[in-house]
Design a protein around this ligand. Structure first.
Ligand SMILES: CCC/C=C/C(=O)SCCNC(=O)CCNC(=O)[C@H](O)C(C)(C)COP(=O)([O-])OP(=O)([O-])OC[C@H]1O[C@@H](n2cnc3c(N)ncnc32)[C@H](O)[C@@H]1OP(=O)([O-])[O-]
Ligand SMILES: NC(=O)C1=CN([C@@H]2O[C@H](COP(=O)(O)OP(=O)(O)OC[C@H]3O[C@@H](n4cnc5c(N)ncnc54)[C@H](OP(=O)(O)O)[C@@H]3O)[C@@H](O)[C@H]2O)C=CC1
Length: 311
C-alpha cells in the first residue's frame, strides 16, 4: 500500500516511474524528490556534486518514505552538471540501476550577488556553465542515453523534462550572469518543446520567485537580512516554500499536464508582475553620479509626459 496523504496529488501521480532530480540533495530539489516519492515513483535519483550531502538526503528520503508506507528506491548520484563527461557517467548509473528515466528535473543551479561590472570572467563562466550549459548537458545526456537504450527512439517516448529557472522577467539586477543564463534556459525550453515533441517528449519550466530554501543560506548576511522585506513586497506578501515549487514541478511532470509543452510556470506569488527581484539596496548609488533611475529624476524628466498620459 502506498500513500499516506503527504502529497497534494494522487498517490500514483508518478506511479512506478523513474525520476532524476539534479540538485536533489537540498532545498527545492530535495522537496521535489520527496514529492516524487509521495507521488508513487518507483525510483528517484538525486544528483549533485557533494556525495555526503546526497547520502544524507537519501537517508532522509528512505526513512520518511518507509515511515509513510511509500515504496521507492533512492539513488544518490555524484554528478557535476558543468561537465558533460560527469553527466554522462551519472546518467549511465541511473539507467544501469533503474533501467529507464521518465522524468528529468533540471533543478541544480545558483549564482552569487554582484554588480555586473564586478563579475569576473571566471565568475561569469561558472554561473553560465552551471545554469545554462549544465541544463543543456543533462538534457542532451538523457536524450543520448535513452536513444541508445532502445531502437526507434522508443525509450524517449513519454519523457518529461522540467527546468527550474528564476524570476528574471524584468532582468535580474546584481545577478546579470544568472539572468542571462536563465533566459537562455527559457528559450531552450521553448525550442526543445517544439523540436523534441516529435519524439513524444514534453519539456516545461518553473520560475520560482523568492523561495525560503536552503539555497538562500549561501548568500551574505546583508542579502539574507533583506530577503524577508523583498518577499513581503510580493503581492501575496510572503516568500514561497520549497514544496510549493515542488508541487508545480510534479504537476508539469504529471499526466495532468499532458498537453502542456513549452510553458514556463511562475511560482512567485505574483512578484514578477510587480518588478524584478530588487537587490539594489546593497549597492547604493555612486556618490558622484546622480541616481538617474530614481523617482524624482523620472518625475523631472518625464513628469509632464506621465501627467499628460494620465489625462
Ligand atoms: C535573490 C533570490 C533569487 C535566487 C535565489 C537562488 O537561486 S537560491 C539558490 C542559490 N544556491 C546557490 O547559489 C548555490 C549554488 N551556487 C554556487 O555553487 C555558486 O554560486 C556558483 C554557481 C558560482 C558556483 O560556485 P563555485 O564555487 O562552485 O565555482 P568556482 O569555484 O568554479 O568559482 C568560480 C568563480 O565564481 C566567482 N564567484 C563564486 N562565488 C562568488 C562570490 N560569492 N562572489 C564573487 N565571486 C564569486 C569567482 O570568480 C570564482 O572564482 P575564484 O575567484 O574563486 O577563483
Ligand atoms: N530559493 C530561491 O529563492 C530560488 C531558487 N531558484 C533556483 O532553484 C534551484 C534550487 O535552488 P535551492 O534549492 O533554493 O538552492 P540550493 O542551493 O539548496 O540548491 C542548489 C542545488 O544545486 C546543486 N548544484 C549546484 N551546482 C551544481 C553542479 N555544478 N552540478 C550538480 N549539482 C549542482 C547543489 O548541490 P551540490 O552543491 O552538492 O552540487 C544543490 O543541491 C536553483 O537552480 C536555484 O537557483 C530560482 C529562483 C529562486
Amino acid at each position: 500500500m502506498v500513500g499516506r496523504g503527504s502529497s497534494v496529488y494522487a498517490n500514483d501521480v508518478l506511479g512506478g516511474e523513474v525520476v532524476l532530480v539534479t540538485g536533489g540533495g537540498s532545498g527545492i530539489g530535495l522537496a521535489t524528490a520527496w514529492a516524487a516519492v509521495a507521488g508513487g515513483a518507483a525510483g528517484v535519483a538525486i544528483a549533485g556534486r557533494k556525495g555526503h550531502r546526497l547520502e544524507a538526503a537519501a537517508e532522509v528520503l528512505v526513512e520518511r518514505g518507509e515511515a509513510e508506507g511509500y515504496d521507492c528506491r533512492i539513488l544518490p548520484v555524484v554528478m557535476d552538471i558543468r561537465h558533460l563527461a560527469s553527466v554522462e557517467s551519472g546518467i549511465a548509473t541511473v539507467i544501469d540501476v533503474f533501467g529507464r528515466i521518465d522524468v528529468v528535473v533540471n533543478n541544480a543551479g545558483g549564482q552569487y550577488v554582484s554588480p555586473a561590472e564586478d563579475i569576473s570572467p571566471k565568475g561569469w563562466r561558472a554561473v553560465v556553465d552551471t545554469n545554462l550549459t549544465g541544463t543543456w548537458n543533462v538534457l542532451v545526456g538523457v536524450f543520448a542515453a535513452l536513444d541508445a537504450a532502445a531502437p526507434d527512439k522508443a525509450a524517449l517516448r513519454g519523457l518529461r523534462c522540467v527546468n527550474v529557472v528564476a524570476d528574471m522577467w524584468a532582468g535580474m539586477p546584481h545577478m546579470a550572469h544568472s539572468g542571462a543564463a536563465r533566459a537562455g534556459v527559457v528559450n531552450l525550453t521553448h525550442t526543445l518543446a517544439v523540436e523534441w515533441a516529435r519524439y513524444g517528449i514534453r519539456i516545461n519550466a518553473v520560475a520560482p520567485g523568492i523561495i525560503v530554501s536552503s539555497g538562500l543560506d549561501s548568500y551574505p548576511a546583508p542579502v539574507r537580512a533583506a530577503l524577508p522585506s523583498i518577499a513581503a513586497a510580493c503581492p501575496t506578501g510572503r516568500g514561497g516554500t520549497e514544496s510549493e515549487v515542488a508541487a508545480a514541478i510534479i504537476f508539469l511532470a504529471s499526466s495532468g499536464a499532458s498537453y502542456v509543452n513549452g510553458a514556463v510556470l511562475r511560482v512567485d506569488g505574483g512578484s514578477s508582475l510587480r518588478k524584478g527581484i530588487e537587490l539594489s539596496s546593497f549597492f547604493p548609488p555612486h556618490p558622484a553620479i546622480p541616481p538617474y533611475h530614481s523617482a524624482p529624476f523620472l518625475a523631472d524628466k518625464y513628469g509632464a509626459f506621465i501627467q499628460a498620459s494620465r489625462l
